[in-house]
Write a protein that binds this ligand. Structure first.
Ligand code: ZN
Length: 153
């Protein structure tokens, strides 16, 4: 793990890509989260972005409101941070929209962020940590069994 992440008090990040580390530090400070899983050699599904250091698990435990805020912030800043997709609360956001997620983990205690290999644009932060996009998706819970997608969670 890079010294910047250690200095920021983040636990568990491991040897992630530089732009992934930068995003983890930004999210850690903004949302007061210190447990952020990153690079791993096992424990995730085949093809997981955790194995290449291009994914983080932002642990929010039972704080659903914080998880929603993190997810919304990640989406609002996806281009800047180089985020490929977001998994939160049985939903996956990719290419600009949410769909139901049916991986083995429901992702109700952490927000998974996968990153592109290339860094993001580095443009100014967008603050969309409050407001509706995630909460609006509760209707997706009624779609269980319709669509099956398996990503590197
Ligand atoms: Zn993950």
């Amino acid at each position: 793990m890079g010294s910047a992440a250690v200095a920021a008090g983040i636990k568990g990040l491991g040897d992630v890509a530089p732009h992934v580390e930068s995003a983890a530090i930004e999210i850690s400070k903004r949302f007061d989260v210190t447990n952020i899983g990153g690079r791993a050699s096992k424990g995730h599904i085949n093809g997981s972005d955790h194995y290449t250091g291009h994914a983080i698990d932002v642990m929010v435990y039972s704080d659903k409101a914080k998880g929603e805020a993190v997810a919304q912030y990640a989406i609002a800043n996806a281009t800047r941070l180089g985020i490929k997709y977001v998994i939160w609360y049985r939903r996956i956001w990719e290419k600009g929209k949410w769909t139901a997620y049916f991986g083995t983990s429901p992702h109700t205690d952490h927000v998974h962020l996968s990153f592109n290999n290339q860094p993001g644009t580095g443009t100014a932060p967008v603050d969309n940590a409050t407001g509706g996009s995630v909460s609006d998706l509760t209707t997706l819970d009624g779609c269980l069994g319709v669509v099956y997608k398996f990503f590197g969670d």
